[in-house]
Design a protein around this ligand. Sequence first.
Ligand SMILES: NC(=O)c1ccc[n+]([C@@H]2O[C@H](COP(=O)([O-])OP(=O)(O)OC[C@H]3O[C@@H](n4cnc5c(N)ncnc54)[C@H](OP(=O)(O)O)[C@@H]3O)[C@@H](O)[C@H]2O)c1
Length: 272
Amino acid sequence: MKTRMLASLEVPAIGMGSASTFDVEDEDGIEVRRQIIDNCIESGSTFIDTSPMYGRAEQCLGVSMEGKTGQFQFATKVWAVGRETGQRQIARSFELLKTDHIEAFQIHNMVDWKTHLPYLEGLKDEGKIDLIGVTYTYPPGFPEMMEIMKTGRIQTIQISYNALEREAEEEMLPLAEELGIGVIVMRPLGSGALAKDLKEQPDLTPLAEFGITTWPQALLAWVLADPRIGILIPSSTRPERILQNAVAGTLPTLPSELREHVASEAQRCFSG
Ligand SMILES: NC(=O)c1ccc[n+]([C@@H]2O[C@H](COP(=O)([O-])OP(=O)(O)OC[C@H]3O[C@@H](n4cnc5c(N)ncnc54)[C@H](OP(=O)(O)O)[C@@H]3O)[C@@H](O)[C@H]2O)c1
């Protein structure tokens, strides 16, 4: 796995998301998540994004990573209104993830960000977290996110960016680059739709000599070809897909003509 810089932090090019995929508590479900965690370690996808918004995900991560927590970097979030509720939720994340250090602490969907920011800054000063960030999924949130970026008080943003959702290219990515803010890309597979909802099979022929053997790898390599991106966090409920997806993080940067090929195949084949 190649590494990249997310602001001041060295991270793997491909980490893992946990929304819905880790919201499980039954023993069979947890056993599959243990295999996912093992495959993250095997492939070097050792950066995990989660949130108290994802049901039992933080709890499931804590249980399925037992004894392996130290091999991972964590990004979680506060998703609460009010100072005390936020502080309790932040403390609970450390507890559930069974760690005393969280690399990236983000304000989920920018909810009550003015309240949470001073507390997170205190945790950063104490060395309990490395980076403070905000997240938002869709472009209507970008103007407020850019205001927060310009305060100089955050080091990461988490946004959607994939071969068919490219609004971030207009202002967000240039501003992040100008301010040295690290970019975490959520939904690199369009929450799975770009990989699954296809009316035709994409043509992978010109990508084969580049080491790409699956369409999801092509989509992930497309995002990674933008040097302003710090890390991608695709998620899956299937352990073998963690290994397959991670291959995209081992390849050299996709040349621009192949990047264009992937974007046009996404346009041609996506059925949505
Ligand atoms: N506001 C926010 O802060 C926010 C919002 C959205 C997401 N996020 C974060 O971003 C992460 C990623 O977003 P996401 O999970 O919505 O989207 P994603 O990673 O673009 O897509 C995940 C879906 O893709 C499918 N998939 C993965 N690998 C595949 C493969 N090789 N072949 C076919 N299908 C594949 C998975 O289905 P299977 O399980 O069937 O493999 C899964 O349902 C989330 O987990 C979360 O951590 C944050």
